[in-house]
Design a protein around this ligand. Sequence first.
Ligand code: ZN
Ligand code: ZN
Length: 419
Amino acid sequence: MKPRFTALKGVSDVLPPETGLWRKIENAACEVMGPYGYDEIKPPVMEQTELFLRSIGDSSDIVAKEMYSFTDKGGRNVSLRPEGTASIVRAYVEHNLSLRPAPQKFLYFGPMFRYERPQKGRQRQFYQLGAECFGVADPGIDAEMITMLVSFLEKIGLKGVSLEINSIGCKECRPAFKENLKAFFTPHLDSLCPDCQRRYEQNPLRILDCKVERCIQIRQNAPLISETLCQDCKDHFSGLIGLLDAMGTSYFFNPHMVRGLDYYTRTVFEVKSEGLGAQNAVAAGGRYDLLVSEFGGPDTPAIGFAAGMERLAMLLKEAATGEEVFPGAASPAIFIATLGKEAATEALKIASRLRAAGKRVEIGWSGSLKSQMRKADKSGAGHVVMIGEDELKTGKFKWKNLKDGSSGETAKEELLAKF
Ligand SMILES: [Zn+2]
Ligand SMILES: [Zn+2]
């Protein structure tokens, strides 16, 4: 028995024509974000484990339970990246990108890895596209990025896009809020889920993000961070709101929103789309003004977001109808049926010329004319061109339009113009 391999549990292949849809999404990201100054960065998919412990936070679910970490042959502790921002901040510091004129703006695409239970509909290798902007503290850049994200989602055809924003404070005002939260949860400590009991000690902010029903119940009257923001954070947030209003970008203020990662400060945002039920966030992000200096770089304010490719693709498929579903999926424009070795050689030459002009061409290499016509039909080709002995002699090729049934004969030199 030969082994029959399958992909690992929780990871999957993205096949054509689905990949065409992914390409469309990525191209749209470049088209929309390029004019805003975002250029692509390609960080590696693995890093020192320490990098993620220091940035995402070792109390986060990601680091505590979901990281793909291993010791490599050199005895180094390595992890597959669970998200993109940490690597990009590492690259920003390592290559002294702070010396380049601010702001520095980056766009990325690629796989992320988290060891999650696949039955929740989540992949262990999943793809994100994201953007990061370094060097501007002004809420103007927050408004710019959020507006850009919404335009991108609208450009790819997402329906019912809605934006939620909040501020989660800074290192001046957050400690007091954490104390307030702790005081609030202390009488309920025994009723919280085991994860939240751990969060209570390590980072009580995370309790606000718990999905367990009894934790949601308990926290209903928890204090809000908006009540304890320092004046600078208040000004920053009202600055953002004023700019979003001025741009006509609609938003909801969600005072309960926090993020699952430790490094966020001030602005956090989430974009939802109709059509995914309860779990309908398609993109999320926020400010991380302390992370660059945490990684040994100069004090550098920064902001970013990430969007899940699988989710975007699923929503677009849901919304689309008929042929628009997979824009990258093209049937051959021309199928060349050949009879004999010489004809096949000629077909390859002609196909090269047509392909150089951007036409998608397939060749029927062998078999009867009838069986090649069947193949052409199945392939969805628009035209069949036939090459046999007669055609080679006369230099005129018979063709048939498979869509409307019309047919004719065209000289070799005119083929390019004809199709
Ligand atoms: Zn503050
Ligand atoms: Zn909980």
